[in-house]
Each structure stands twice: as C-alpha cells, then as structure tokens.
Design a protein around this ligand. Structure first.
Ligand code: ADP
Length: 176
C-alpha cells in the first residue's frame, strides 16, 4: 500500500513569500533528495480552474475546497504537497486541518508594510488606490493563524534560510 503523503500548507499575505519559499523547498526535496512532491499555487489554480471565482469569503472558500480536494488526491497517492494559498480566515485553515490527514501549517509571516513595500505584483498599489476590492490586508481581513506548526519571519530571514527551516521541520517531524 502507498504511504500517504504529507502537506505543508503555506499561509500568509500576498507577497509574504509563500511561493518563493515553497519553490525552494520543492527543489530541495525533488532535485536533491528525489522525494515526490507537488507545489500547488493559489494564483495558478485561479488561472487554470477557478477563473470564475472572485474574492468574497464564499469564493475564497470554494478555492480552498478545490485545493484541499486536489491535495487529498495527491497525498493519497503518496505525493507530498506544498500548498501556497493566502488562506486568510482561521475557519479555512481549520477546514484544511480537518480534511487533510497529514497537515502541517506554515505561517509565512511578513508585515503588511513590508508586503506593500515589495509589491511584487503591483497589486497593493492598485488596492490602496481603490482599484481592486476585497484585497487581503487592505480591504479584506487576514486573521493571524492561531496555531501554526512553524512560523517563518520573512522580514528578517532570507528565503534560503526560511527554506532550510522548513527542511529541518520535515526532518524533525520525520515526515520523510
Ligand atoms: P506570495 O506567494 O506569498 O504571494 P511570493 O513568493 O510570490 O509571495 O513573493 C514574495 C516576494 O518577496 C518575492 O519577490 C521574493 O523574492 C521577495 N522576498 C524578499 N524577502 C523574502 C523572504 N525572506 N522570503 C521570501 N520571499 C522574500
């Protein structure tokens, strides 16, 4: 029987560094250690499957449910998942936790000020100018995770340092 995979669920503001760190972890696991892993990215999921979804709480929940469904399929087939989703509400994270058997929550912690400063996708500028509604951190809430398994402070850490911390966590918890 295939051993069920684990899931590292990266939550945090847009631009906090979820995808950057998840990609580094993916490459460490896949390229260096030959561990089967799949990165699931919120932006990509919206682009290819959930184009019809907006950013209301209901639509955000649909997006998360879709991601959880895919994650379950992968995990069941022995593939580990690195999920990069803002997941702004504790209720959503609880949903993930209760539906994914081997779930580990990683809070990619970055101050709103720093995210605005980085503004990788130029979205904060637009949100502040009122051109985008329901933007997390500006016109929509981000509830601080209540019980993350790991916190990465991306204001003070380099992405490589954060990725190493994730790897240490994986080893420490004997996930691989
Ligand atoms: P998210 O997936 O959370 O929306 P991204 O990973 O797409 O965020 O973007 C984060 C941006 O911040 C990238 O351009 C990355 O290079 C930059 N960055 C700066 N410092 C860090 C850090 N310590 N950890 C992760 N990303 C960082």
């Amino acid at each position: 029987m295939t051993k069920e995979g684990f899931t590292l669920w990266f939550t945090g503001l847009s631009g906090a560094g979820k995808t950057t760190i998840a990609k580094l972890v993916e490459s460490l696991l896949l390229d260096k250690m030959n561990v089967p892993v799949q990165l699931l990215d919120g932006d990509l999921l919206r682009e290819v499957i959930n184009q019809d979804l907006g950013f209301s709480k209901e639509d955000r929940m649909k997006q998360i449910k879709c991601a959880v469904f895919m994650t379950r399929l992968l995990n069941k087939n022995g593939v580990h998942v690195l999920a990069s989703f803002i997941t702004p509400y504790e209720e959503m994270r609880q949903y993930c936790c209760s539906h994914i058997p081997n779930y580990h929550e990683i809070f990619v912690d970055c101050s709103l000020e720093e995210c605005i400063q980085r503004d990788v996708k130029g979205l904060y500028k637009k949100a502040i100018a009122g051109q985008i509604n329901q933007f997390t951190g500006i016109s929509d809430p981000f509830e601080t995770p209540l019980g993350p398994d790991l916190i990465l402070d991306t204001v003070t850490e380099f992405p490589e340092e954060s990725a190493e911390k994730v790897l240490s966590y994986i080893v420490e918890k004997q996930l691989i």
